[in-house]
Design a binder for this molecule. Structure first.
Ligand code: F6R
Length: 605
């Protein structure tokens, strides 16, 4: 959420800043801006909307200088206007910011009392004005930044640039990630390694509460207590930060298509060489009495699916919570339980706060994350990477199926450790999981059929998804995916719940997408589907050949998927759900990779 870049370089900064912002645009695209210092003078350019608008502006009004900061915004305080766009500038100070300054109202009052005027509605401008105020009282830029940082409450990543200072940036991290990049006589600051990758592969991740004085010679990093801190430099694998569409029209399409490969890679990572046993060092569920699974959005639906698996395969009680509720409800947690935090980015503010809440209350915290260097990974007792590779499309796809896979493997490990599964049963389940990459490939071949159905779905105002058992959370995920990128109102329901209210919505205009592999619950789901059809509902049935043969008659449309052994069908059925959302969005002409109002990596509450 909001992307930050800072450069103290040897070359003109503006094109490099824009290039880095391009790589950060998935974090926010309400507005973008850059500031540079040239011949001692701080200046900036800002534009509303996509980054291309800023690039256009820079053609007509270029910005020179080899020191600069840049920002892509996901609006929190103040609508998307040029005045609210970053960098915010107050006198000799320019600031870019990710996060929320919670005490900005109180600070604003103080600043106004000191006689300074505000030009924006943002919390960020307060930071620039405060630093300006301190400099006006005689402080140096470094002193003013330090003093300002000490006054801020909330979660933030900040980067300051100053008038007259062509070799100075101040970077600070509290609650939102920030990294420092080391070049050859050049230094950089960025929200993540993805932004910094074209500039350098040598990265230092700031720790919570750190702030740094950055010059071309290097960075002096101070910890939250103000002591000089020694933070290690790591080399990032540039491959792991590649952000290319590789011939696909959208990142989302590429990421959907990548699923067989990344799932196979993840399976290889977590299974022994012969594929017959689990390789999860350090994971032993013996003595664990309960699991709490916490996440947000799509990741939380992966947790809901996993609940069915842990209960069925391991007899282990599971609570699932969305992080934003969990963290403030302060739930009692058993000291013999484990808490698992699932997050693609590993930076989601609520999930991170939930992890911190659970840390001293449970026997163990586990992170199931895509970004192994993320805060959630680093702060958990054990981090299990999902190995999905960089996910750029705002709508999560391959991260979801890889999260499901890692959770499925954990459930199997729990089943074996607790004696619920014997070796033969475990081997059978592993074999099923091993078939998934191939079945996914086959399912991707349904894309043309799905495109035709999607053209019709695009005409709908409301769409319902139904599922039972582990397919119920998949119905929730299918609905989320559809609404976030096509803007069609969609809801997921447990099939059996329909008659308790939502069935009132059914008429001939409401497509109902039924996710029903021919499993033990198939007949029950089909009964609910019949109830929909009896009320002229338009049913799209997704099932395997046997299911479609048995129940397809009378449906508006059917899609036939390969058969997959219980209980792992949700991993496979995620693909048509994603493709339905994708092709419906294409038919509607919406912005698939950067849907309105959204951004990836939600680092604010
Ligand atoms: C939806 C989507 C979001 C994320 C959620 C959590 O397609 O991507 O719902 O799943 O914001 O993000 P992470 O997994 O990064 O914690």
């Amino acid at each position: 959420m909001c992307g930050i870049i800072g450069i103290l370089g040897h070359h003109e900064a503006a094109p490099l800043l824009v290039e880095a912002l391009k790589r950060l645009e998935y974090r926010g695209y309400d507005s973008a801006g850059i500031a540079t210092v040239n011949k001692g003078r701080l200046d900036r350019r800002r534009a509303v909307g996509k980054l291309v608008n800023l690039s256009d502006l820079l053609v007509h009004e270029p910005l020179a200088g080899k020191a600069g900061i840049g920002h892509t915004r996901w609006a929190t305080h103040g609508v998307a206007t040029v005045r609210n766009a970053h960098p915010h500038k107050a006198g000799p100070v320019a600031v870019v910011h990710n996060g929320i300054i919670e005490n900005f109202r109180e600070l604003r009052a103080e600043i106004a009392e000191a006689g300074y005027a505000f030009e924006s509605e943002t919390d960020t401008e307060t930071v620039a004005l405060l630093a300006q105020l301190y400099m006006a009282r005689g402080m140096t830029p470094v002193e003013a930044a330090r003093e300002t940082l000490g006054r801020l409450h909330g979660a933030f990543a900040l980067c300051f640039l100053f008038d007259g200072e062509e070799d100075l940036m101040i970077a600070a991290r509290k609650g939102s990630p920030l990294a420092i990049g080391h070049g050859d006589g050049e230094m950089f600051v960025g929200s993540d390694a993805i932004a910094l990758a074209p500039l350098t592969d040598r990265i230092t991740y700031l720790e919570e509460g750190d702030w740094a004085v950055v010059t071309r010679k290097g960075a002096q990093i101070y910890d939250a207590a103000g002591r000089l801190a020694n933070r290690s430099e790591t080399r990032i694998q540039i491959d792991a930060t590649r952000v290319e569409k590789a011939g696909y029209k959208h990142f989302m399409a590429k990421e959907i298509a990548e699923q067989p490969v990344v799932l196979a890679d993840a399976l290889k990572h977590y299974l022994t060489a012969d594929g017959k046993a689990l390789h999860l060092p350090g994971v032993d569920f013996t003595g664990v009495d309960r699991l709490t699974l916490v996440a947000c959005g799509t990741a939380s639906y992966a947790c809901h699916v996993a609940k069915y698996w842990f209960e069925r395969l391991a007899g282990l009680p599971v609570d699932v919570d969305v992080a934003s509720e969990f963290r403030y409800r302060e739930p009692p947690l058993s000291p013999a339980s484990w808490a698992v935090f699932v997050s693609q980015s590993g930076e989601t503010a609520d999930t991170l706060a939930a992890l911190r809440y659970a840390q001293d209350k449970v026997a163990r915290t586990l992170a199931v994350v895509n970004v192994p260097t993320s805060s959630i990974a680093r702060e958990s007792d054990l981090a299990l990477p999902i190995l999905a590779g960089v996910e750029i499309g705002v709508a999560s796809t391959k991260a979801f199926t890889c999260q499901l896979l890692v959770l499925a493997l954990l459930a199997l490990k729990a089943g074996r450790d607790r004696g619920v599964l014997d070796d033969a049963a475990l081997a059978g389940h592993l074999e099923t999981l091993g078939t998934l990459p191939g079945l996914m490939n086959h399912t991707l071949g349904l894309s043309a059929d799905i495109t035709r159905v999607a053209e019709k779905l695009a005409e709908a105002q409301d769409i319902l998804f139904l599922g039972r058992g582990p397919m119920f959370p998949l119905a929730l995920e299918g609905a989320l995916k559809l609404k976030e990128i096509s803007y069609i109102h969609a809801e997921g329901y447990a099939s059996g719940e329909l008659k308790h209210g939502p069935i009132a919505l059914i008429d001939q205009h409401v497509p109902v997408i039924v996710l029903a592999p021919r499993d033990g619950l198939f007949d029950k789901t089909v009964s609910n589907m019949q109830e929909v059809m009896a009320r002229h509902g338009k049913v799209l049935l997704l099932s395997d050949a046997a299911g479609v043969a048995e129940a397809g008659q009378g449906c508006w449309k059917t899609l036939t998927l390969p058969e997959v052994a219980e209980p792992f069908a949700p991993i496979l059925y995620a693909i048509p759900a994603q493709l339905l959302a994708y092709h419906t969005a294409i038919a509607k002409g919406t912005d698939v990779d950067q849907p309105r109002n959204l951004a990836k990596s939600v680092t604010v509450e």
